[in-house]
Structures are given as C-alpha cells and as structure tokens.
Design a protein around this ligand. Sequence first.
Ligand code: PLP
Length: 385
Amino acid sequence: MGTYARQPLTIVRGEGVHVYDDHGTRYLDFTSGIAVCGLGHCHPALVAAATHQIQTLWHMSNLYLTEPQAHLAARLAAAAGMDRVFFSNSGAEANEAAIKLARRYSKQAHGAHKGEILTFQNSFHGRTIATVTATAQPKYQEGFGPLPNGFKYVDSFTMKSVLERVTEKTCAIMIEPIQGEGGVRPVPVSFLNELRAFCDARGLLLIFDEVQTGVGRTGSWLAWQQVGVKPDIVTMAKSLAGGLPMGAMLATERVAAAFAPGTHGSTFGGNPVAASAALAVLDVVLEDGFLDTVTRRGQQLYSALCALAARRTEIVDVRGMGLMWGIEFATPIAGDLVAACRKRGLLVLTAGANTLRLLPPLIVSAADVERAVAMIAEALQEVEA
Ligand SMILES: *Cc1c(COP(=O)(O)O)cnc(C)c1O
C-alpha cells in the first residue's frame, strides 16, 4: 500500500557502512536503516550468529524456553540495569507492553482509577492505535479516530507543563531521553531529574522509550546510564538485534511482578534467530573501548557540524548525543538536502521538514565522518544555489 514516500533507489547489498543499489552505485549509509543496523550491514559476527541459529532452531513459541532467549534476557537485563525483560518484535509493541504493564502495576498498587499516561509534544512512540495516541503529533493521528482514552500531552519540558496535565488518574510518564522522529531534541537532564523526583513523590512510574537511543547510539548502552536518571520501565527495539526484528520492554522486579502468566504475550517475541543476533550485538557493543569510540566519533561529528554551521547562516541549531545528530535549518529544506546528499553518495534522514537527521552505523570511521560532512556541505551549497 502507498504508506511510504520512498527514495528512488533499490538497495541490493550492504557491507559495513556502505550499501549498493541495483546499478552498483555505492552509498555511505548515515541512516543505518533508521538506527537499526547499528553495527553496519552484514557484520560478520552477526551473520555468523544468525546463520548458526537458523541452522539449529528458527522458532518454538513462548510455550517453551529457548537458549538464545534465556541468555539474552539475563545479559540484556544486566546491561540495562533492569531485572526483567519482555520480548516483542518492534518498538511499538515494546511500548504497548510498557503501557499495559504500567497500568496493571498501578491499578494493583494504587487502585482501579489509575490508567492515564503523560507523553510529550513532538514525541514518537509508534504506529499502533495505542502508541500513535501516545505519540503527541497530530500528523500521525489524523484520520484514525476514535483514539483510545488515557493519554495526556505535556506541552514542554517543564514541571509547570507537567502539573497542568497530571491528575489523580495519572499512573506513568513516558518520554524519549532524546526525541528522535520529532526533531532530534535532547531532553534537558535537569528536567529528567525533576521527572524522577516527581514520579517518586507521587507514586508514578517513569517510562523511557529508548527504542531509538538504545544499544549504544548515544555513547552508553542506554541513554539513561549517561544522564544518570533511571526509569522504572525502559523500551528498546531498532538496533537491538542489529537488523532482525526485535523489541524489548524491561522493568524493575517490583513493577514486572504485575505481569503473571497469561497477562501478556507475543507469538514471535524473543525469536531464537533474532535473540542470537542480539547476543552478538551485545558482545560487540559492550566490548572494551567500543562505546568510548562511539563517543569520540560523535564529538568529531559534532565539531565538524559546528564548523559548518559557523560558515552557513541557514543552520540554526546542531543537537544530539553520541552518534545521533540533528541539523536544524531556518527553512524547510531537509527533503531537498536528502536528495542532494543522495546524488553525492550519502544517505541521510530528516526529522521534520527543517531538520536533517544523522544516524551513522556505530562502526563509522573518522574518515567516513569527514567524507559525510564534506558531502553535506556540498549538498547545502547546491540546495541554497
Ligand atoms: C522507531 C520508534 C518507535 C517505533 O518502533 P517500530 O519498531 O517502528 O514500531 C517507537 N519509539 C521510538 C522512540 C522510535 O524511534
């Protein structure tokens, strides 16, 4: 169906930071399949892990334990600083699970009236009916009513705005530590701290949607570990299995105890092939020094973009963390820039009409970063001319 405004390219092969189209033209991929191929394309360790598993056991259902899923649950919980994991196949499903767990826990702990969840302007939490309702952007909701009750939108990253929306029925606050689709907007750390204190004082749950920021994207396994504000529930997906479909919702023991057998489930969630790939992702990303390199590359990219912004007045802001960056322009030229970059052999994303979004593979080299910024500078010159 016509749900995608596709780029005029057919990609047939990928290797590391590059993809190739059906004419053999090579592109430097600064999209990583929208933050999914975090270790680039066809990483040998991931290919080996998935290949071995596909020759051993593809699927068994969650009526049985499988070894890759059990190992992954333990390692993922440890890496995320959480106690329990529920596996899904996508970010939206991970957020659905978070919404269900937050409500069920809160009703048990505080009463049946608890069920409302606060989300933020410009957020993005997915496309299912519940998660698109959690997504406080009208353009994603238009035409899909009636939307479910139980979500209230906070206008800004201030406690004043939170207090305008919180009620007796509120059970949780859900936020992306850096809003991705909504324009690459880092949430001030001071505000995340205020949210944590507020949730503790009111008996509310703090949910971080780390579907885009997770798996090393910001320079730590999860963004919360860098900003120092720990949520009660955290969701992941995108890069989790390096390109195979997988999501996860993690929670502390206290909260997770609200899910008993039969309360929630997924046919494919925690599939052994995806779980094996995810275990290989964990091995690579948590290897000594890997995340330090991500941080260093991110600083290099930020410096280069700031130097570009100093020369080009049409750039009004450069923001992000690790290897997740947005370049905001004074005018809606992001779409034209994507096309101009593509002509030069660079794939990039937008985040709204005014913002170019860069999500390079975490394995990107210093030379790749230089090449990319040079191509963006040329593309900007062309678009402005
Ligand atoms: C992409 C994304 C989602 C939705 O993930 P799907 O796998 O497309 O369902 C949810 N939240 C955030 C922050 C995302 O970036």
